[in-house]
Design a protein around this ligand. Structure first.
Ligand code: 1HN
Length: 346
């Protein structure tokens, strides 16, 4: 609603004067600065695996790794935004073919990879090499050198999520290509997993830098076993069974800006509604279910993705006969760190 002011003409006249001093006053036709609630330009969207699978096939056949910071990715694009999947992060599906190398670089954006399909690829992060197997989460924190090599015999795909929009909004973009295609690999693979992977047992002398997460890999078997154990607890009224990937040294989120969760939704589950600030993306590993997000209903099954826009009411329910397994990425650590987190629970 436009507020009609008596001084509208005066404001317009003043503005012309002010321009050469690089100043301005609020104009009657400026959009309101403060809305009573968030009015996100990001849309909540659903990407179906039946649409994505042929596109990924085509990408593998028709698109090269390319030059520069070479990656072959299908970006999950939000048409409400100039770029990105949500207003803070980009989610892309990376396709890598047998024998290919995604060459080494580093950037200020924090990145995570969640392996969707395939085996035989390895990622190296600051010299440490990790295997990439289905359901594994591997982190590439800000400014870490990283490259990926595929030694398997069939195409592989994984989800990449980077806090690119946040980094760009904060004008903190830095990028370096490495001097060679791939970096030196340390003699000890999985080093941070060997040191910190159990979560509760750690080398007594280990003193990771404050607020940084030394653990770079969260293998599928560990995460899914923890989730099965949590399934013995009382269900969460909104999420059924859910666990967050954490920094084992301080209990905080695994990444400074983005959080990751793994969630079971059992067939009979009917979740309560909830809304909060921040945005999130779900990836369905298996099973089926339905989520209402705002006034939309997403009937999802294995391979699908969907997003939830800030302050949208949303609720999940199970369907079918098997438990559904979902991976989630959200920007709630950013919201909480800045004091912008709010939620309402039905
Ligand atoms: C990137 O550097 C990777 O390192 C993956 O594998 C996806 C999407 C946008 C910008 C940079 C990678 C990316 C990316």
């Amino acid at each position: 609603m436009e507020i009609v002011t008596q001084d509208a003409d005066a404001r317009r006249a003043l503005q012309q004067e002010l321009e050469r001093f690089h100043c301005r006053v609020h104009q009657p036709d400026d959009p309101p600065l403060f809305t009573r609630e968030p009015r996100p330009d990001m849309q909540s969207l659903h990407w179906r695996w039946c649409d994505l699978a042929p596109l990924l096939d085509r990408l593998g056949r028709e698109v090269d790794l390319g030059a520069g910071g070479p990656r072959r990715t299908l970006r999950l694009h939000n048409p409400g935004l100039p770029y990105g999947t949500t207003h803070t992060f980009w989610a892309s599906i990376q396709v890598i073919l047998p024998g290919e190398v995604a060459t080494c670089h580093r950037h200020t954006a924090n990145a995570l990879r969640f392996i969707m399909q395939g085996e035989g690829a390895w990622t190296t992060v600051d010299g440490e090499q990790y295997p990439m197997n289905e359901g594994d989460l591997v982190l590439t924190p800000a400014w870490g050198w990283h490259d990926h090599v595929h030694r398997g015999s069939a195409p592989m795909i994984w989800l990449d999520v980077l806090d690119i929009s946040l980094m760009r909004m904060l004008r903190a973009t830095f990028f370096d290509p490495y001097e060679r295609d791939v970096q030196e690999v340390d003699a000890v693979p999985d080093r941070t997993w060997r040191q910190f992977g159990s979560g509760v047992m750690q080398p007594p002398g280990a003193k990771p830098a404050a607020n940084s997460n030394p653990l770079l890999a969260y293998p599928a078997a560990m995460a899914q076993a923890a989730l099965q154990a949590a399934a013995g607890l009382a269900p969460d009224p909104h999420d059924d069974v859910v666990l967050e990937y954490r920094n084992p040294t301080n209990g905080g989120p695994a990444m400074t800006t983005l959080a990751q969760q793994l969630q079971l939704i059992r067939p009979a589950f009917r979740g309560r509604r909830r809304r909060h600030t921040g945005s999130k993306l779900y990836y369905v590993l298996r099973g089926q279910g339905s989520s209402t997000v705002g006034d939309q209903r997403f009937d999802w099954s294995a391979g699908d993705f969907f997003t939830v826009a800030p302050w949208a009411w949303h609720a999940h329910e199970g369907r079918g006969t098997e438990d559904a397994l979902l991976f989630q990425v959200n920007d709630l650590p950013t919201m909480k760190a800045l004091g912008y987190y709010r939620e309402e629970l039905a």
